[in-house]
Design a protein around this ligand. Structure first.
Ligand code: COA
Length: 535
């Protein structure tokens, strides 16, 4: 493979000022992230530690193999909502390596409202299970939760992807032979009791873990009997009498060690074999991404400048370099793993869609995972293009992306708008991971376009009645739409609502993608089957 050659002058004023602005943006993000990772209030953290318990992230650190990374998912969930009373939505999820095996870890943070589940907590838990399912990864649930956050019950309890889905997922994961382990390290109440009960093996911590369908207050109200939590569902009861739990642990550290011991006994997964090469650092320093990543999304960025700072040796075997240049396609390696890359380099035309669809077919035929690098305002519009069949050709790309049976990964490094989001493996297209850079923005269209459309609609309505819209009202409407889109389009807004799996530092992109590819190899890629392409 040939090495790409940069056209960027890292000593230029433009590069330097972009880098300065980018670092400001990134550092702001990192400051917020640090606060969020402190978990609940100081008082709650103190109370938790005084009980001899480890914090959720400390527990995970001990569970995973020493000196291995933990890919935390959506740590900023629920940020900017509920007066920030739910840092990380009260749950830590991610992918870590336990005894050499990749696993999904789900850990309640009891310092956040007793580890109870509100809307985003549920979404995060379900997403973690989805990742386990798609990638055939064992799951560890570190349970320390009061169950449903009762004031939010309408957003948490009854619907298809609410609390009940956890146990449905557990049953389905189990049926597929995916191991699930629970460590009960605190409360595990009501429906939550099914979490350990439906796991392959369960560990419970002495005088700390409790499992019951109805807690002491409910038992008293229903039967009049006064019973302590320990008598009702403590470690002793469940390991010696009820059989709900299998292993008795003295404390958190002991419980985690037992869980690691169980991992030693799990069978190795039937892996997809890829042709892996030795890891090579990019020839161009990934830190240069700070000077290149688009802060002003109107400014075009050559996506090859991004690619060469992510891939091994900055080497890229480009496919159809001279054809439809608004989409860049080609093969490369990330930390030794082969990857096909589809990157936006302008709007999507008919030719770009066909080129991308062809390239996706190549990746599927070669069983090579695909990375989508999104910076897309959408498909081209206009009479000429409609007549040229842009809908028909765009549909081919959407079709190829949806049906591609190799793992897909999506990184939004600029904008993500319109049907371009779909064609470039947006959330609805089930990429194994979808990450954003802090400068990235996502919305149905840009704020200016949305304002333009809405003003036009309003003016047309008024014109039908023989009226016109005063200029100051037009301006007021424009401003309100622009502000709304600016706010709702931000990476913070997206990640808070789990539209993505996390906002990442551009420099970490290689690591995140490599972990993603590694996890996706835990089962063989299925045979490819495409449907009907409209020709
Ligand atoms: N819904 C909403 N909020 C809850 C809650 C629930 N189910 N359980 C606890 N909380 C809140 C508390 O109000 C408190 O909020 P605050 O920080 O704003 O004061 C916070 O979580 C911590 O609760 P607290 O009781 O002080 O902490 P604890 O560590 O001593 O006990 C629990 C935690 C979860 C064991 C205990 O609160 C409890 O048993 N809750 C009820 C659990 C239950 O019956 N759930 C049924 C769900 S279906």
């Amino acid at each position: 493979m040939y090495r790409l050659e940069t056209k960027i002058d890292v000593n230029s004023e433009e590069f330097k000022s972009n880098k300065e602005a980018y670092l400001k943006l990134l550092n702001q993000y990192k400051r917020v992230l640090k606060t969020v990772k402190n978990g609940g209030s100081e008082k709650a953290v103190k109370k938790h530690k005084e009980r001899g318990k480890l914090l959720a992230r400390e527990r995970i650190d001990l569970l995973i193999d020493p000196n291995t990374p933990f890919l935390e998912l959506s740590p900023m969930a629920a940020y900017g909502m509920y007066e920030n009373e739910f840092p990380s939505a009260g749950i830590v999820t991610g992918i870590g390596i336990i005894h050499g095996k990749e696993a999904v870890i789900v850990a309640n943070d009891a310092t956040v409202k007793g580890g109870t589940y509100m809307k985003e907590t549920i979404k995060k838990h379900v997403r973690a299970q989805e990742i386990a399912l798609e990638n055939h990864l064992p799951c560890v649930y570190m349970v320390d939760s009061g169950g449903v956050f009762l004031p939010d019950q309408a957003n948490v309890f009854p619907d298809k992807y609410h609390f009940g889905r956890f146990f449905f997922n557990q049953a389905r994961l189990s049926a597929l032979g995916i191991p699930q382990l629970s460590i009960v390290m605190g409360s595990c109440t009501a429906g939550g009791a099914y979490m350990p009960a439906m796991s392959d093996e369960t560990i419970i911590v002495k005088k700390q873990g409790t499992i019951f369908i109805g807690g002491p207050p409910l038992v008293k109200a229903a039967t009049g009997v006064v019973v302590t939590a320990e008598e009702l569902g403590g470690a002793d009861v469940h390991t010696a009498i009820s059989g709900v739990s299998d292993h008795f642990a003295e404390n958190d550290v002991h419980a985690i060690q037992i869980c690691r011991n169980i991992f030693e006994t799990l069978k190795a997964s039937d892996k997809q074999i890829l042709d892996i090469a030795p890891i090579e650092e990019p020839f161009y320093d990934p830190e240069e991404l700070y000077g290149i990543a688009p802060i002003d999304l109107k400014k075009p960025v050559d996506s090859k400048e991004i690619i060469m700072r992510i891939v091994d040796g900055s080497k890229f075997h480009e496919f159809k370099a001279r054809y439809a240049p608004t989409i860049v396609t080609g093969f490369a390696r990330i930390m030794g793993y082969p990857i096909g890359i589809v990157a936006n380099n302008g709007v999507l035309f008919s030719e770009s869609s066909l080129k991308a669809a062809h390239f996706i077919e190549l990746c599927c035929a070669r069983k090579t995972p695909i990375l989508f690098l999104q910076n897309i305002t959408g498909f081209i519009v206009g009479k000429e293009y409609e007549r040229g069949g842009i809908a028909r050709n765009g549909a081919k790309m959407v079709h190829a992306v949806a049906n591609a049976n190799v793992p897909k990964f999506t990184l939004v490094f600029g904008s993500s708008n319109g049907a371009g989001n779909y064609a470039m493996a947006g959330r609805g297209y089930e990429p194994r991971l979808l990450n954003m850079w802090p400068n990235a923005k996502i919305s149905v269209m840009g704020g200016e376009q949305a304002a333009g459309v809405l003003i036009q609609v309003k003016q047309d309505q008024l014109a039908e009645r023989g009226q016109t819209m005063p200029e100051d009202e037009v301006e007021k409407l424009r401003q309100s739409i622009l502000e709304k889109y600016e706010h709702e389009g931000s990476a913070y807004y997206s990640t808070s609502r789990l539209w993505d799996d996390g906002v990442i530092d551009p420099v970490d992109t290689r690591k995140v993608l490599a972990m993603g590819i590694a996890m996706s190899l835990n089962q063989k890629f299925p045979e490819q089957q495409f449907g009907v392409f409209r020709m």
